[in-house]
Design a protein around this ligand. Structure first.
Ligand code: ZN
Ligand code: ZN
Length: 129
């Protein structure tokens, strides 16, 4: 039995994101806006916590629309771990994780991965492309 391939593994080896434009967008540093959601030049947001990518909706709030494919290179992006995150934290008695002091392992994606290997031994495989 193989473990669920980690989401990063579908990107070229050593690359955190699928392509250069995506990486540049996510590493973009704006001197005027410290928050990505405040900067009109930022189009994409990456949530390490949920391992999901989204298009920023610039309506003054911190909202983004999750996307499944890269708008530049078309690469399949990792499936959001948001639901899994909520389910696992619920099992740990965190019913309102956004308002609660959750385990550090759930603050970033690597923690999700580790939990994933334990809690989801039969997780479905991502299609190989
Ligand atoms: Zn800006
Ligand atoms: Zn890309």
């Amino acid at each position: 039995m193989t473990l669920n391939p980690l989401s990063l593994s579908q990107f070229p080896e050593g690359q955190r994101h699928c392509c250069q434009p995506m990486a540049e967008m996510l590493n973009y540093y704006c001197e005027q806006h410290s928050e990505p959601f405040e900067c009109p030049d930022r189009l994409i947001f990456y949530s390490a916590k949920f391992d999901e990518y989204g298009i920023i909706i610039h309506d003054g709030s911190s909202v983004y629309s999750v996307i499944g494919f890269c708008p530049w290179c078309g690469a399949k992006l990792p499936e959001s771990k948001h639901d899994r995150w909520l389910v696992e934290l619920d099992q740990l008695e965190f019913q309102n994780p956004t308002d609660q002091d959750i385990p550090a392992a759930y603050l970033t994606m690597p923690g999700i991965k580790q939990k994933n290997e334990v809690a989801y031994p039969q997780a479905h495989s991502l299609p190989c492309e």
